[in-house]
Design a protein around this ligand. Structure first.
Ligand SMILES: Nc1ncnc2c1ncn2[C@@H]1O[C@H](COP(=O)(O)OP(=O)(O)OP(=O)(O)O)[C@@H](O)[C@H]1O
Length: 457
């Protein structure tokens, strides 16, 4: 498949009077029907060197004429003024109606990118579901719903019906949602796969009215979840809808050329789908520093404690491997429980110790994240359930108490720290490994192009 690399020239080469959405960042290619791969590695410059005055396009300028004023106003109130790389590169293309694969580092602002597209398309006066966002976990769904609702919140001086957002998530109250969907359909639905498919199968709502379908963490849903069959079915149903736009997002899309090819073959996207690939050469955010400590299984807990004392994180996530079926059958306690018990008795620092794992019931999972979001520093012990999409901006440290299974898992776990797009602050990822695991970590370093420093305690 042909792949095209777009060179984005220096801003000062172009007249400042150019209408913003028709500027050089516009990725309109009306004559091509081939997929495009736009790839960049921070080559675009924000400032015009010639005059030393800032000429960066603001988010408002990029979205002008597409996104309603009250949304832009809210966006600025929240503090989103300048675009991140993915927002600057993808939004002009998305506003042309083309399907897109948003492929950019963790914490790079993909959520706001697709939400701005959605707000540009929906009509709150229309009583139908017009946008669907599919997410892999309840936690990520709750987070995306919250951002969408914050942006959609209208001040009293804005006339007309507001835009409603429904979270249709596993563990939710589906009966209540059924009545709501029928009586007063929300404009935007954020859903986990099973809940969404249930509603579609029961004909509670239909895809016909949906203008845009977003699949977040698409590679996880395709390659690591049990729901791939349902996702494929959903995409195939959506492919027969008129005026549809499909967006996929993730920080990792393994074999992306193959994925794009599949999307076209299966008609999940239109033929001219655009693969917007930001930081293609450097998938790992540069604000992350990586370290490792070699330790034995018997002193791992103590080493972690020593690291917590010496590093004094503001907030941290400690990732622990899932318990194996064999260990469950043998009646052993999971590593998460053992670690939580150890920390509760040995850690004397100021951070609150919390647990998040898939085996917990939905209420306890929600309670853990609510406590975190209420402020104060936290030490979150978690399995990979917290590795995808979760945006806890206070996190300064990640500890891989157990190494992740795959390089992709490493990327996403590490990316739970360093989530302030324009901050110069460095965050730290520390791996506690046995000497035999050193080669696995080395492989992650090679594939993700980062280097890990050894810590001697
Ligand atoms: N333009 C912006 N200016 C400032 N902050 C932003 C901007 N866009 C997004 N953010 C913030 O950046 C953080 C990361 O954004 P987001 O959660 O969308 O990342 P992501 O690309 O989806 O990451 P992941 O791949 O890990 O899910 C969020 O806290 C968000 O509020």
């Amino acid at each position: 498949m042909a792949s095209q690399l777009l060179f984005v020239p220096h801003l000062s080469l172009f007249p400042k009077t150019l209408p913003f959405h028709a500027s050089l960042f516009s990725t309109k290619h009306p004559t091509t029907t081939r997929p495009l791969h736009f790839s960049s590695n921070s080559r675009i410059r924000y400032l015009q060197a010639e005059t030393e005055t800032p000429t960066a396009l603001t988010l408002r300028q990029i979205c002008h004429g597409f996104v309603p004023e009250h949304i832009l106003h809210r966006m600025e109130e929240i503090g989103f003024v300048f675009p991140t790389d993915i927002q600057r590169e993808a939004l002009p293309t998305l506003f042309t109606g083309r399907d897109c694969i948003l492929h950019a580092q963790t914490g790079s602002g993909k959520t706001l990118t697709y939400l701005l597209l959605i707000f540009s398309l929906i009509n709150p006066q229309r009583s139908s579901v017009q946008a669907v966002i599919v997410v892999p976990t309840r936690e990520l769904g709750t987070q995306v719903t919250k951002v969408a609702r914050i942006l959609a919140a209208k001040s009293t001086d804005v006339e007309g019906k507001g835009c409603t957002v429904m979270a249709l998530l596993d563990g939710g109250m589906l009966t209540r949602h059924k009545s709501w969907l029928k009586a007063e359909p929300p404009a935007i639905v954020v859903a986990t796969v099973a809940s969404l498919c249930h509603m579609l199968e029961k004909h509670i709502f239909r895809l016909d009215s949906v203008r845009v379908l977003v699949v977040d963490e698409v590679d996880f849903l395709f390659y690591s979840s049990k729901q791939v069959g349902s996702v494929r079915k959903l995409l195939t149903s959506f492919s027969s809808c008129d005026k549809r736009q499909t967006v996929f997002a993730s920080a990792s899309i393994p074999q992306h050329n193959h994925f794009v090819h599949d999307c076209i073959q299966q008609k999940w996207t239109k033929r001219d789908v655009v693969h917007v690939h930001v930081n293609a050469i450097m998938p790992m955010p540069l604000c992350l520093l990586h370290k490792f400590v070699v330790c034995g299984k018997e002193n791992k807990h103590q080493i972690l404690l020593a690291l917590l004392e010496s590093d004094a994180p503001e907030s941290a996530i400690i990732f622990v491997g899932e318990q194996s079926e064999k260990s469950k059958k043998a009646g052993n306690d999971p590593s998460t429980t053992l670690l939580i018990e150890f920390l509760k008795t040995s850690y004397n620092g100021p951070l609150e110790i919390l647990l998040l794992e898939g085996d917990m019931n939905f209420n306890s999972r929600a309670a853990s994240l609510t406590e975190i979001r209420q402020g104060g520093g936290f030490l979150l012990v978690s399995t990979d359930i917290a590795a995808r999409g979760i945006d806890l901006i206070e996190t300064t440290h990640i500890f891989n108490f157990d190494l992740p299974q795959t390089v992709t898992d490493y990327l996403h776990r590490a990316g739970r720290a360093g989530r302030k797009p324009f901050s110069a602050r460095k965050c730290i990822v520390t791996n506690l490994i046995t000497s035999e695991e050193r080669f696995v970590l080395q492989r992650f370093e090679n594939e993700l192009m980062f280097s890990c420093e050894e810590l001697m305690l």
